[in-house]
Design a protein. Structure first.
Length: 531
């Protein structure tokens, strides 16, 4: 008997007179020691299928079929049984840790609550277990991070805390929903090895939901390919990847960001440079809150980016990549020269900085979190015009329509809200919001990591086309080195705030000089080779 056995599962959402058949007659099983991967694009029903197994969809969902855990029916089960199973026998790792972690509680308290609820472990006894869990998932100086709040951790560190919480009670089944999306390749490799070891030694079953097919090929025993709420192909991983039968599976396996960036325009002028840039955050302690130490986020970073050029910034989570970009945009304080179009901008007034904000825009990793759910697509894209003005005087809706067409969105949808768009469409909205001001420099902070492979390819092509058309300079921050290679002219490798290697991107990919860059690239190539 399978540990988890799902048969003929169907899920329908009814709202405002509309019916959405999210999942149709889905069947799969997970045995002890087995990893089953659900793959497919956003909206294919992967997460809905997984959440249905322990009735986590809420009252709006109508669920039929069967989901049996260890012989017990979960569909329609009473609350007492569900509370016993959730988080204890069946644990979840969710994709977006910032919305899954409580912003008001420390990391220690949140992990301790899980241990206390399911194992009755006291706070003092839990402390050692919590430190062990954090070290297991790759949190450096774990004991010093116990008092940290979620916002004080990087995206990758928050994801590792989520994984530690899921593993705290040694579940029988771990449902991992995009667990490595926010992680850099070295940590991704460590986490996958950790999950594999736990699965093998603990006799745990793993249901793995992802759009990263490289991870699937390396990690899963069985693959179920989902499209429009149905499983269109299933089988052993090796067979699916060697000879996919369904056209949709073939399309997914063929999607990969390829090619290389276009040439930098001849005679392109330097747009931005930094000299010995430093960002240190003070650590305060005691009643008087005296500074006792510093978090050295960026040390001695010197870069130069020309118009039409992309600088790829890579490194592990917490290495200072985003901090460097925010300092260049003058959004956080720093030391060292920052020169924009030949002028040192460090001493600029707030009024003068407004022009800089017009020229420098940012696109964030999570398009759902960075778009206001209360604003329509039109108002989101046009928001910058309200701050910086509309010098051409063109009607705002016309400007929004033009930029929507430019980024591949239908202008007829401009009055819809973010939740009415797919993940890829939301990222296009975020790009349109930046592009409507016609910036010179755009910071792209993990702009493709939350997207399906097929959508990643589209966004990379879009970004390259916009760069060619407007001679945009990009600071491209990513842990996906395949995408970095497809986008970047130059590359900066960071480790714990230090720039350890910088130069031509292709040269670094082909012949990295430092041990850390070699480790980073070998981890990426290992994932790619095994995946």
């Amino acid at each position: 008997m399978s540990l988890l056995d799902v048969k003929d599962l169907s899920v329908t959402f009814r709202q405002d007179g509309k019916t959405n058949h999210a999942v149709r007659n889905v069947s799969f099983s997970v045995d002890r020691g087995e990893t089953v991967a659900l793959v497919g694009e956003s909206g294919s029903g992967k997460s809905v299928s997984a959440l249905s197994t322990v009735s986590l969809l809420g009252d709006a969902a109508e669920v039929s079929g069967s989901a049996r855990y260890d012989g017990q029916e979960m569909i329609g089960a009473d609350d007492k049984l569900l509370r016993k199973v959730r988080g204890n026998d069946i644990s979840f790792i969710f994709q977006e840790p910032m919305t899954s972690l409580n912003p008001l509680h420390t990391i220690e308290k949140q992990l301790g609550e899980s241990l206390a609820l399911h194992q009755g472990v006291s706070r003092d006894a839990a402390r050692g277990r919590i430190i062990d869990l954090l070290e297991q998932v790759g949190i450096r100086d774990a004991e010093s991070r116990l008092t940290a709040y979620p916002h004080e951790l990087s995206g990758g560190q928050r994801q590792r805390v989520m994984i530690a919480m899921a593993l705290a009670n040694k579940p029988d089944i771990l449902i991992a929903d995009e667990p490595t999306t926010a992680l850099d390749v070295t940590i991704q490799a460590q986490i996958l090895e950790l999950l594999r070891d736990l699965k093998d030694t603990g006799d745990m079953g793993l249901l793995f939901i992802t759009h990263d097919l490289g991870v699937v090929q390396r990690f899963a025993d069985t693959v179920c390919v989902m499209k429009d709420g149905e499983i269109v192909e299933r089988g052993p991983t090796e067979e699916i990847f060697a000879a996919p039968k369904h056209p949709y599976t073939q399309k997914l396996l063929g999607a990969r960001a390829v090619g290389e960036p276009g040439p930098v325009p001849e005679g392109a002028k330097e747009l931005v440079r930094t000299d010995n840039l430093k960002v240190w955050f003070p650590i305060k302690a005691g009643f008087l809150k005296r500074t006792v130490d510093h978090v050295k986020a960026v040390n001695d970073a010197s870069i130069s980016v020309r118009a039409g050029e992309t600088l790829g910034i890579v490194g592990e989570s917490g290495s200072g990549k985003t901090t460097l970009a925010l300092a260049i945009m003058r959004l956080i304080a720093s030391e060292g020269a920052i020169t924009y179009r030949g002028e040192d901008v460090r001493g600029w007034s707030t009024r003068k900085l407004r022009a800089l904000r017009h020229d420098m825009q940012i696109v964030f990793q999570d398009p759902y979190g960075s778009l206001s759910p209360r604003m329509s697509c039109m108002h989101i894209i046009a928001e910058g015009l309200g701050v910086h003005g509309n010098p051409g005087g063109q009607p705002v809706r016309e400007l929004v329509a033009e930029v929507m067409e430019e980024v591949g969105l239908d202008p007829a949808t401009m009055d819809r809200y973010p939740h009415e768009f797919s993940g890829g469409q939301r990222q296009r909205i975020a790009i349109a919001r930046a592009m409507i001001l016609r910036p010179r420099l755009v910071v792209l902070d993990e702009p493709t990591s939350a997207l399906d492979m097929t959508v990643q390819v589209q966004i990379v092509d879009l970004l390259r086309e916009l760069q060619r058309k407007y001679e945009l300079a990009y600071l491209f921050i990513s842990h996906d080195l395949n995408v970095v290679r497809a986008m970047s002219h130059k590359m900066l490798v960071m480790k714990q705030g230090d720039v350890v290697e910088m130069g031509d991107a292709q040269d670094i990919f082909e012949n990295p000089q430092t041990a850390y860059a070699q480790q980073l690239l070998s981890a990426a190539l290992d994932l790619k080779a095994k995946g």
